[in-house]
Design a protein around this ligand. Structure first.
Ligand code: PMV
Length: 315
């Protein structure tokens, strides 16, 4: 028995941060993500092809460190433990390969957690459904991170373009698409938890900042209509507005502003995706060739992606 699961990465098209304060957000799965293979037999082994870590070598000490690998392994370990509790002990070999770098805000940790759970369930002869995966995947993230929104794990599990309310949790599927777009990866300063805490303390200090959250909520509602009409000019403009509003919350830095300024004549719009302070920047191009040339000249790693309309599933 063997299975290969594709667990898609996730971008936040609109509404991050405001989603923490009761507004809806629009998230979507992309055609880059994590592949997880499971082969029954032998002893339980997990191997990863291309480790999700930065190798740091200290020549003086003759020692190398794989920075980020412990975090990755804690998702793996927790997902395997929860899978074993749910579907019983399994002797199998799992291999994991990711199209995307970890910890940038493309939900690779959610994809690893949900993908492993899905692969485990198949190899155990159970084939977990999307809703159960979303719940178990969220449990993995909660155990590893202490605090986690259900947005990433739900989006990886269900797939497509989703309108999500975090508390109480609710999901609505949007029947919309986007032309291919770019995911640019900037070095990220800070963790999601730390950035979310900073926004919370800003909102506590400055009453007027609440109107920024309200404005983001209105952008999300308007964007839903533009997406439904396939009006990319409108979608791009609202991405820009959302990005400036996120800037007002202190999570968009000069690197993102410069990048968007440089690209402006060749794009419909762009914005950060996720908690911000670097990480993923989404670019909706008018002239993809020019955008690619500029990104290459500036030395920014980027991925050309499309919306993927499925959730984590066997491929
Ligand atoms: O940076 P990410 O991809 O983990 O996304 C965080 C999204 C926030 O809205 C900022 C936080 C949340 O819990 O929804």
């Amino acid at each position: 028995m063997s299975v290969r699961i594709f667990a898609p990465g996730v971008v936040k098209l609109f509404g991050e941060h405001a989603v923490v304060y009761g507004k809806p957000a629009i998230s979507a799965t992309i055609d880059k993500g994590v592949y997880i293979e499971c082969k029954v037999g032998g002893e339980l082994v997990v191997e990863t092809l291309g480790p999700p870590a930065v190798l740091r070598y200290r020549p003086g000490e003759g020692r190398a460190e794989a920075v980020g690998v412990e975090k990755f392994l804690s998702y793996v370990e927790t997902a395997l433990r929860i899978a074993e509790e749910r579907w019983g002990r399994l002797a199998a070999r799992f291999s994991i390969r990711s199209d995307l770098p970890p910890s940038v805000g493309a939900a690779t940790s959610a994809a690893v957690s949900v993908g492993l759970l899905k692969a485990y369930s198949h190899c155990a002869g159970a084939e977990a459904g999307a809703e159960e995966l979303a719940k178990l995947g969220h449990r993995v993230e909660l155990e590893v991170q202490g605090i986690a929104s259900p947005m990433d794990t739900a989006t990886v599990s269900l797939g497509g373009v989703l309108k999500i309310w975090a508390n109480p949790f609710r999901v609505e599927r949007l029947n919309v698409d986007l032309p291919p777009f770019y995911v640019v990866v900037l070095p990220r300063f800070g963790t999601t938890g730390g950035i979310v805490r900073d926004v919370k303390s800003l909102l506590e200090r400055r009453r007027s900042a609440a109107s920024v959250i309200d404005a983001i909520g209105r952008v999300v509602e308007e964007a839903e209509g533009c997406l439904a009409r396939g009006d990319w000019g409108c979608v791009g403009e609202l991405m820009e507005i959302d990005n400036w509003l996120l800037g007002a919350l202190g999570v968009v830095d000069g690197r993102v502003v410069n990048l968007l300024e440089k690209l402006r004549p060749f794009i419909y719009g762009g914005k950060i995706s996720g908690a911000g302070r670097g990480g993923v920047v989404l670019i909706l191009p008018r002239e993809g060739d020019v955008v690619e040339k500029i990104l290459t000249a500036w030395g920014h790693p980027y991925y050309k992606v499309s919306i993927y309309h499925g959730g984590a599933a066997a491929v």
